[in-house]
Design a protein around this ligand. Structure first.
Ligand code: DGJ
Length: 744
């Protein structure tokens, strides 16, 4: 049982083989955080971890006591209003207008397994024995409100999953103006904050800054988790590398507005909070109503950033992603977006699909432009019925024709959006998020449907079901191409407007839930103008996501490297596209484009019929190669080896569970004249196993590959002219496969 309670001191110790998490109930029934980190021996009492000193000029809770100042006590779920002046984990306004809260411990309960969160995505168990959950019940007697803090610890993961639930037991309404999912007070500030920032086409770039006194934060106020900041941050020691040192990772299982912040106080305590962004948030909790926060997952690793990422990868791949496709190898797809954009007809599509089949590709995905009268991005979103001018036999006919060619068929939707030039907009303009008294801003000429209104969600659900049921659809790409402005809902009351952004996301989850339940064998890929909503919330419904609209192999190194901080390789859509690349104009070889795209859910996004015969042969070989290795790529342990943010070279490796196989990707952006020798030191292999490294065709023990590395230069003695012919060009890359062999 990984949760032990020291009843006498009311101390709670959650632990497994890797981590310990300890907090206690103080004499005045408030909670004090004591420790989170590497596993500790259990003791009958942890009072030795309590720190108290009289402090000059501080506010103390009780007369005669000089040390009970919450400002100087590490808090478990801090409040504002008494003696802690740091940013709180929540804030509530009572009907009297008072914002002072004081939740006191009431009781606890422990149970095997983990409960699902109402209307929200969360990690889960398949067997009750995989995890234990502790619920702490707190109560504020003035507000007459209960607060349930929930903590789950898995047997096998160095992670604590938390959420909070508020229950209004009184007769009066209360207003929640902030309700974070987690809060952690760490005892010092000798950390660097690592987070993932970017924009369209350069999502999730790694940024690192030293913690400073005051607040450092990341957030979204766009209605989606966003390309600008991902709902994740890590605190690492300055000496922590990819493979060693302490790091804490904080990830929010949520797709809407979020805030992640670290406050370093005047005494060097670092307070991390993560949850729904309190900005513009206000939730009215009527008598006997409940409010549930999203889940936050906190990981600890003392094996560096790779250790942290591997915990997230395994947990999210196997206990957050769900359904038919979770463990199945994903089909290699061809998507027509960059091949045709809006300019296609059935003949063009069939021709691409036929060539795809010849080359071994398994799924054809028809992207934007198949519905209404959509020939550019100015019309028809919401009109989810086929454009017969382009596809005379409809989606029904096309999907069957594609199936007859011998490959599966997938379809693009953008369910949350509407164009002005559409039936929905003309008939139900009040279904669009906007303030009727103000200008309505557009994004890509489109508007956002009010998914806080169940009627709207029902309408879209029924429309989508009609198309899906009448056709042969194996895959759906769910896109979302703009953020929410003029966030006002004609459906909600005036005092509920602060709920809109959260209710919107609940509506999105509701639609996902209904569609994935009704069509369990359809593979969903989430997308938001590329990676604008690449977050754990989406992974619960769609096991893969389009990582970025930027398909350039060089740009993708940074995007995929950054994304891998949290998200498993099995979740990253990555395709080979045409050159010159459509986002940056760069020309890279078809080998390098594939060598990058292999490290994700592999596919193509170009007109295969425009390739030369030689290139088609290359594609055929790539498809065969990926099929041979995709199980390893999807399920193996991923290690980052060289960072594109630190130099010219990038390298990563995926190692099978039993360490008998591995695949390495090595990329060099610019070629170097008269350069030094290069070696790649591998990680994760078994020292005493003998491995064959291909295409080198040489054998090496695991220790040699990890301590000395793969030697990249070849022996050119006596054939130096060869060197210049084979010298790598700009954007060169190599993929090595590694396989255990018997000793001779
Ligand atoms: C944005 C997506 O990221 C693209 O892949 C493509 O589906 C377009 N939208 C279509 O409008």
């Amino acid at each position: 049982m990984p949760i032990i309670v020291n009843e006498e001191n009311k101390e709670f110790h959650l632990f497994n083989k890797q981590i310990s998490y300890i907090f206690r109930v103080m004499d005045n029934n408030q909670l004090e955080h004591l420790y989170f980190g590497k596993v500790l021996h259990h003791r009958k009492g942890f009072l030795n971890l309590v720190e108290r000193e009289p402090r000059p000029l501080t506010s103390n809770l009780y007369e005669g006591n000089q040390t009970l100042s919450l400002e100087h006590i590490k808090q478990e779920y801090p409040s504002y209003g008494t003696t802690d002046f740091r940013m709180p984990a929540f804030s509530i306004e009572s009907e009297s207008g008072s914002r002072i809260t004081d939740f006191k411990y009431k009781s606890y309960r422990i149970f095997s397994g983990k409960k699902a969160l109402k209307e929200l995505p969360s990690t889960y168990v398949e067997d009750e024995n995989e995890a234990d959950t502790l619920e702490i019940k707190l109560y504020d007697n003035v507000l007459n409100c209960e607060l349930i803090l929930s903590y789950t610890i898995y047997e096998d993961y160095a992670a604590i999953c938390r959420n909070a639930r508020y229950i209004n037991l009184g007769n009066n309404k209360i207003e929640i103006t902030s309700a974070m999912s987690t809060s952690l007070d760490l005892p010092d500030d000798d950390y660097e904050m690592l987070h993932l920032a970017g924009a369209w086409s350069r999502e999730r770039h790694i940024k690192i800054r030293k913690l400073q006194p005051g607040i450092q934060s990341i957030y979204s106020a766009r209605g989606a988790s966003s390309a600008n900041h991902n709902p994740f941050l890590a605190l690492k020691r300055p000496y922590t590398t990819e493979n060693m040192g302490e790091v804490y990772g904080f990830s929010l299982v949520y797709s809407g507005n979020f805030l992640g912040q670290v406050e370093v106080d005047s005494y060097g305590v670092s307070r991390v909070t993560l949850g729904i962004n309190p900005f513009n948030f206000r939730w009215v909790l009527e008598s006997s109503e409940e409010f549930q926060t999203p889940e936050a997952v906190t990981v600890f690793s003392d094996c560096g950033l790779n250790g942290m990422s591997q915990t997230f990868h395994k947990l999210y791949r196997t206990r957050l992603a769900r359904g038919y496709w979770r463990d199945r190898v994903r089909p290699i797809l061809i998507n027509n977006w960059e091949a045709t954009y809006f300019d296609f007809n059935e003949e063009k599509i069939i021709n691409i699909a036929k060539t795809a089949k010849e080359l071994g590709i398994e799924l054809f995905v028809l992207d934007d432009g198949w519905f209404g009268k959509r020939n550019d991005d100015t019309s028809s979103l919401g009109d989810w019925f086929v454009n017969k001018n382009k596809l005379s036999d409809g989606i029904e006919g096309l999907s069957k024709k594609i199936n007859n060619i011998g490959i599966k068929f997938g379809l693009w939707f953008e369910p949350e959006m509407v164009s002005k030039d559409s039936h929905i907009f003309n008939e139900h303009s009040d279904w669009v998020i906007h303030d009727p008294n103000r200008n309505m801003s557009h994004g890509r000429n489109q508007y956002v449907l009010d998914f806080s209104n169940k009627q709207v969600v029902d309408y879209i659900y029924n429309l989508m079901c009609k198309t899906i049921e009448s056709s042969s659809i194996s895959y759906i790409k769910w896109d979302m191409n703009r953020n929410i402005t003029e966030a006002y809902s004609s459906f909600l009351n005036s005092n509920q407007q602060g709920e809109l952004m959260h209710r919107y996301i609940l509506g999105v989850y509701n639609l996902y839930d209904r569609l994935t339940t009704k069509f369990p064998e359809i593979l969903f890929e989430s997308c938001a103008a590329g990676g604008g909503r690449f977050d754990p919330g989406m992974l619960y419904y769609a096991p893969q996501a389009w990582t970025s609209d930027d398909t350039d192999a060089v740009e993708r190194l940074k995007i995929q490297y950054g994304t891998s901080m949290v998200y498993p390789i099995s979740s990253m859509g990555s395709h080979v596209s045409a050159v010159p690349n459509h986002q940056v104009g760069r020309i890279t070889s078809i080998d390098t484009r594939a060598n990058v795209a292999y490290f994700g859910t592999f596919g193509y996004e170009l007109d295969l019929n425009k390739l030369s015969d030689e290139e088609k042969e290359d594609v055929k070989k790539q498809v065969e190669f990926f099929k041979e290795h995709r199980d390893l790529i999807q399920k193996g342990d991923f290690y980052r080896l060289m960072s594109p943010f630190e130099g010219n070279d990038t390298c990563w490796i995926i190692v099978s569970k039993g360490k008998e196989k591995a695949i390495v990707g090595y990329y060099s952006v610019l070629s170097r004249p008269n350069d030094r020798y290069h070696r790649i030191k591998l990680t994760g292999l078994q020292s005493d196993k003998l491995y064959m490294v291909e295409p080198k065709g040489t054998t090496h023990y695991g220790d040699e590959l990890m301590i000395i590395g793969i030697i990249l230069s070849e022996d050119y003695s006596g054939r130096h002219e060869d060197f210049y012919k084979k010298h790598p060009n700009d954007y060169s890359s190599r993929v090595f496969t590694i396989k255990e062999v018997k000793e001779e």
